[in-house]
Design a protein around this ligand. Structure first.
Ligand SMILES: C[S@@+](CC[C@H](N)C(=O)[O-])C[C@H]1O[C@@H](n2cnc3c(N)ncnc32)[C@H](O)[C@@H]1O
Length: 274
């Protein structure tokens, strides 16, 4: 492990990696030791501790629940951008009106962004729903994440200049955002009101969330082991309403993991119940 003053012993690494895996499903192999040290050092400073091994001692002690949650959050990768990978959003734009027509008027469509990070995915969906005239009322968007910091950021609807430059066409920036202090951008109230954000751990049984017409579970399964991927995918399949779709990230698949979902022919990243 590294030779920095806060270097982590192998036992310490194993303990923290074990916590991340049991609490969030995230698998950290020994080559991630440097990443672990980098991500945990701000937390170590904030907690007034001297080293990673001191942090481990604290985590092993009593009343460590809050600190444990902070450690797990710090180890999540929250990279996201608007309309990421394009295709799933194009599919959603074509698919929702058809689904609504099949369901009949008065039906409420439900879309879940299941690892929403700072909200770019859920707000991309909200822009599409508004464009389709389905925003607020006929449709509902739920964004969830294991990181409370991300959930709060998503709720605020505030993005940096860098973030709005990633994936968001300039016409949509001008239409849906206003510039605020510090060069940041605030999303329009109507879009902010269209999405609800809350804490949710994908390892938990999601049945209390209700069922959905579309589930975006993208760029999160890549961090899990095979068994966890299978468990999550099977549960997502069980949450889909008839005719519903699950969207996965570009590097993710159901192949070899579950037979409950199958790819939509010709639609990259889209899966339906087998
Ligand atoms: C790389 S981001 C993907 C964001 C968005 N879905 C996208 O594709 O742009 C992965 C997110 O998954 C969240 N995450 C990791 N493990 C999770 C779990 N067990 N339950 C819920 N969210 C989790 C992380 O906090 C992070 O915000």
């Amino acid at each position: 492990m590294s030779a920095s003053s806060s270097a982590l012993s192998t036992a310490g690494f194993d303990f923290i990696a074990g916590l991340a895996r049991s609490r969030s499903g995230i698998v950290l192999t020994p080559d991630k030791a440097y990443m672990m040290e980098t991500r945990l050092s701000p937390l170590i400073r904030r907690a007034g501790l001297g080293s990673l091994d001191e942090l481990v001692l604290k985590l092993r002690g009593p009343r460590a629940e809050k600190l444990t949650q902070e450690v797990v959050e710090a180890l999540t990768t929250n990279e996201s951008f608007f309309f990421r990978d394009g295709k799933p959003f194009e599919h959603l734009r074509r698919f929702l009106p058809t689904l609504r027509a099949a369901r009949g008027p008065g039906t409420r469509l439900r879309v879940w962004s299941a690892a929403c990070s700072s909200g770019q995915e859920a707000y991309s969906i909200a822009m599409i729903l508004q464009e389709l005239g389905l925003q607020a009322g006929p449709a509902e968007i739920l964004g969830t994440d294991i990181s409370m910091e991300m959930v709060e950021r998503a709720r605020s609807g505030v993005f940096t200049q860098f973030e709005v430059q990633r994936g968001l066409p300039v016409q949509l920036l001008v239409k849906h955002f206003r510039q605020i202090e510090g060069g940041r951008w605030q999303i329009a109230d109507a879009l902010r009101a269209a999405a609800e954000f809350r804490f949710w751990n994908l390892l938990d049984d999601p049945r209390s969330l209700g069922r959905f017409d579309a589930i975006f579970c993208r760029n999160v399964l890549i961090y899990f082991d095979t068994e966890t991927k299978t468990r999550v995918l099977d549960r997502l399949a069980g949450l889909l309403l008839p005719g519903g779709v699950v969207y996965l990230g570009g590097a993710e698949t159901v192949l070899g993991l579950t037979t409950r979902l199958v790819p939509v022919p010709g639609e990259r990243g889209a899966y339906v119940v087998a």
